[in-house]
Design a protein around this ligand. Structure first.
Ligand SMILES: [Mg+2]
Length: 326
């Protein structure tokens, strides 16, 4: 095993990913000069081996997921990425090959999301791999999209499809569930778990048209309840309108209990937003122009009772609202 010192390691693997403000990762801190007329938006999310990813997940996938889940939060706030800080606690048995693959995946994600590395820290973990990313984004001053601004009458919308990642993870749990899904469907679900796609392109349209938004990381049902609680509102959601991929539809048709997992399992990294009815057509058109599906799934209502989830068969109660990483 060819082991580097921390200084070598940073110079070799991380410095090539650094933006100008990262000063080549040679200083004690990064320097960021906010653009006049913009606010900075900051968010942090940690990924812990065995909690947020599995020990056998490829290094490049873990790296890109660590950045993607943070950039997803920025997108939901209507923010455009500026850069990120990474603290990595590496287990004692890391290898140069593992770290090279990690840095390669991180660099690829940073380029794809236009979110360069600004700085961070590398330490030895006592247990498994732990990553903490702080992402920084910008919005025109005063224009961040809050979670707490939904109002009764707003239409609730969600991007993409819900439940793919949760079922992708279920395919790998012990004992695994796979039903009669075809290989391509299993591959699709597994990829949705490993490689979340933050909806960065939608940030501008959210600023323009949405009243409130958040990303769906801990399951649609629980995250929606969080947004309503923050806004001091309730909601009625039509579960039949929640968009699901053909693979999830097939899985649920075969094993109806999986519907709950799809709605509460998390790791979707889609955007949930509350949109004034008059803005809905514009937001849908802009999403469509970006090649992004956006489906109305319900309506914000007055009151502070928990959201109601209705479907053709009546009202549904969820035993567990969401996946907790805590
Ligand atoms: Mg979030």
């Amino acid at each position: 095993m060819n082991r580097s010192t921390e200084t070598d390691l940073i110079a070799r693997y991380f410095a090539p990913l650094a933006a100008e403000g990262g000063l080549g990762l040679k200083d004690d801190a990064a320097l960021l000069r906010p653009r006049p007329g913009f606010d900075l938006v900051l968010t942090a999310d940690a990924l812990v081996e065995g909690v947020h990813f599995l020990p056998e997940d490829p290094a490049a996938s873990v790296a890109s997921k660590a950045l993607a889940v943070n950039v997803s939060d920025l997108a939901a706030k209507g923010a455009v990425p500026v850069g990120f800080l990474l603290s990595a606690a590496l287990p004692g048995d890391w290898t140069d090959a593992w770290l090279a693959a990690f840095a390669e995946g991180l660099g690829r994600a940073a380029r794809a999301f236009e979110c360069p590395l600004l700085g961070g820290d590398t330490v030895r973990a006592a247990g498994g791999l732990t990553l903490s990313v702080t992402a920084i984004g910008e919005v025109p001053a005063g224009r961040m999209v809050h979670r707490m601004n939904a109002r009764a009458g707003d239409i609730l919308c969600v991007t993409g499809t819900i439940g793919d990642a949760a079922l992708g993870l279920a395919l790998r749990s012990v004992p695994p569930w796979s039903g009669s899904l075809e290989e391509a469907e299993r591959g699709f679900l597994g990829d949705r778990y490993l490689h979340p796609q933050p909806r960065i392109a939608l940030a501008g349209a959210l600023r323009e048209h949405a009243r409130a938004a958040m990303d769906v990381s801990d399951g649609l049902v629980g995250d929606l309840a969080k947004m309503m609680r923050a806004s001091g509102t309730s909601a009625t959601v039509d579960l039949d309108k929640v968009p699901m991929s053909p693979a999830v539809r097939r899985a649920v048709a075969e094993e109806p209990a999986l519907a709950d997992l799809a709605m509460t399992g998390g790791d979707d990294y889609e955007i949930l937003c509350a949109v004034p009815p008059g803005n809905l057509a514009s937001l849908r058109r802009e999403a469509e122009d970006l090649g992004l599906a956006l489906a109305p799934i319900g309506i914000v209502t007055d009151g502070t009772s928990p959201p109601r989830f209705v479907e053709h068969a009546g009202e549904r109660q969820f035993r567990s609202m969401s996946f907790s990483h805590f």
